[in-house]
Write a new protein. Structure first.
Lengths: 194, 194
DNA sequence: ATTCGTTTTTACCAATTGGTAAATTTGTTG
DNA sequence: CAACAAATTTACCAATTGGTAAAAACGAAT
């Protein structure tokens, strides 16, 4: 049953570059699958990220706890997106953020070790991952910047236009946290928009 | 007199990896220098980025105009940072942002063409640029996320701690725009902080 | 279906921020 | 140094948002 998630990961990669059957096998052999339920923690803030996730179905959120102890949702990741705490994963340092399932989610994942093996075996795979990663970072920045200087209602409206699939699947309090407002404010905004 | 800026660029690169004299020459030969004054536009929103800048002295800002016609400062870049609109530069599409000097600034720059030549001639140079770029993107995201859910005064306090050199050199209105508040609010905040 | 715990909604008031406008300061140029 | 333009500060009021608390709605488990 997990077979289909591996296939959908490989199919995703093929959008960027053709992959030979041999290379497909190498990738599949180094891949694991995992399913998690809402609230489950995939990486705890303070630990070092040792896995690269790819989301086949569901939504993950990157969360940090600020000085006042408040949870802040930094961003959401959905189907066909990679997820890790890159700074931690790359540099072997403790993560400043946690990775948490925002709803029930199906994943495939590489351990860092396996990923490096695949990089070695398939040089263009490394290139692909890097360019996908870079584009993902640019997208995250673009979304955040689009909220700049906007009031709460405008940010919410942009959010449901930019990320409608996520808007429908995660909790109000997560969205409020992501938009930098209280859940009471977001609830009021929703009411005003009806 | 521009000689020193080329040298400081090469010295910056050497922080990441040793560079042979031959390679230094190749890099220097493909580099240009340029000085700009405050307000000067290095890339106009809507045009395609064809240059990669490296700041030797001064501050640049990335600015976009939102739907309401308001200028929004997305971020500042200072000494020893690269600057371009990466999405435009990489994919040859029109930039959604402008690059503007936030104060008098000394630069070195590669045209895209020259940069690709150096990439070809010095493979590890490409690797270095890519990893520096990736780290820079992560840093931008981290800074933005640190403002999330904070009120205006807290954002300003974090800003002057995180980017003190910039806080001292760019205009109040640019900082207000960057922090997503009006210049009147920022002026009031400064007053309250004395 | 009922209960329990969690999430969302609502309400009220206080605090923060925005908008408009004018005064002041700063910096530049003749 | 005078005059001008631009940037910053100040003031006032309106609008938005936060904080606290309670009610209502929802979902999971018995």
């Amino acid at each position: 049953m997990q077979e289909k998630n591996i296939i959908s990961f490989i199919n995703f990669l093929k959008l960027f570059r053709n992959i030979s059957a041999t290379d497909e096998a190498i990738i599949a052999d180094n891949l694991q699958t995992r399913n998690v339920n809402e609230y489950e923690i995939l990486l705890q803030q303070g630990k070092t990220a040792k896995e690269l996730f790819f989301i086949c179905k569901g939504v993950l959120k990157i969360v940090s706890v600020n000085e006042k102890g408040k949870d802040v949702t930094q961003f959401f990741l959905k189907e066909n997106q990679f997820c890790t705490v890159l700074n931690s994963f790359n540099n072997n340092v403790p993560a400043n953020e946690s990775i948490v399932a925002a709803c029930n989610t199906e994943l495939v994942l590489f351990s860092k070790e396996k990923l490096l093996q695949v990089y070695k075996a398939i040089p263009y795979f490394k290139e692909s991952i890097h360019s996908i990663t870079q584009q993902a970072l640019l997208d995250k920045i673009a979304i955040r910047n689009s909220y700049l200087g906007e009031d709460a209602q405008t940010r919410y409206q942009k959010f449901i236009l930019q990320q409608p699939e996520i808007a429908l699947r995660v909790s109000l309090s997560d969205i409020a946290s992501y938009l930098g407002i209280t859940q009471q404010s977001l609830s009021r905004i929703r009411k005003n928009m009806r």
